[in-house]
Write a protein that binds this ligand. Sequence first.
Ligand SMILES: [Zn+2]
Length: 271
Amino acid sequence: MNGTVEIVSDVFLALIGLCIGSFLNVLIYRLPLGMNIASPPSHCPKCNAKIKWYDNIPLVSYLVLGGKCRVCKEKIPFRYFFVELANLLLWVAVLALFDLSVYSVAYALLSSVLLAIVFIDAEHQIIPDSLNLTVAILGVAVTVYSVFFPAITGRIGSNEVLWWEHLAGGAGAAALFLAIYFLYRLIRKKEGLGGGDIKLIGALGLVLGYRSVLLCIGASAVLACIYLLIMKIAGKLDPAKPFAFGPFLAAAAYLCMLFGNDLIGLYLRLF
Ligand SMILES: [Zn+2]
C-alpha cells in the first residue's frame, strides 16, 4: 500500500516538475526583457498567434509540432524542449535521492530556479534579483526547518546541517565573494564578479550550509577554469565578451545538492 502511495506522489510531483519546466521557459524569455510574466498569454513571437493549451503541453507539444509554430511554421528554439526535459530530470533525481521533506521540496525548486539562471546569465550576463530572492527564500525555509529537523535523509544516507551552519554558509559565502570582488577590482581595476553572483552565492550558502557551499565554490571555479581552457584551446575565447559565472555556480550547486553529503563524508573519512 505504502509503495502505491509513494508511486502516486512521485508521479504527481514529477508532473508538477514538468509544468514548472514549462513556466521556466516563460521566465527565461520574459524576465531579462522586463516583461510581465503572467500576461499576455503565451504567443508566437513572430506571427503573434496565441498558443492554444493543446500546443502548450510540456515536451509533448514540441514533438507533435516538430519544433515549429502551428500557424506560421517559425522554428521554436530547442531550448524550450531542453529546459522542460532538464527540469523533469532534475526533479526526478531529487525525488529519487531524498526523502520527501521541506529539504527535498526546496532542492527541487532550487534546481528549477538555477536552470532559469543558467540560461538568462549565459545569454544576458545578468541574474535577475527576483530569482536570487527566490533562492534566498528557499534558504530561509530550510534554515527554519533545520531548527526542528536538522537531518537531510535519503536513499544515499543522511546528513545533518544545523541552523547555524545554514546561516554561516550564507554569510560566509557572500563575504568571501565580496572580498574576491574588491580584491579583483583593486588589482585589475575592473569588475570580475557581478553583483548577481555575490547575491546568488549568499543565497546558495543559506540553502546548502557552509560545508557544502565551500565545496560548491571550489567546484564552480574548477568547472569555469576547464571551460575557459577548452575555449582557449579551441581559439573561441573572446576577452572582450563579459563572462557569465552564474552557469558554473549553478552546475556546481547541482553537484553539491545531489552528491555533496557523500563527497564531504568521503573526504572526512579519508582524514
Ligand atoms: Zn507563429
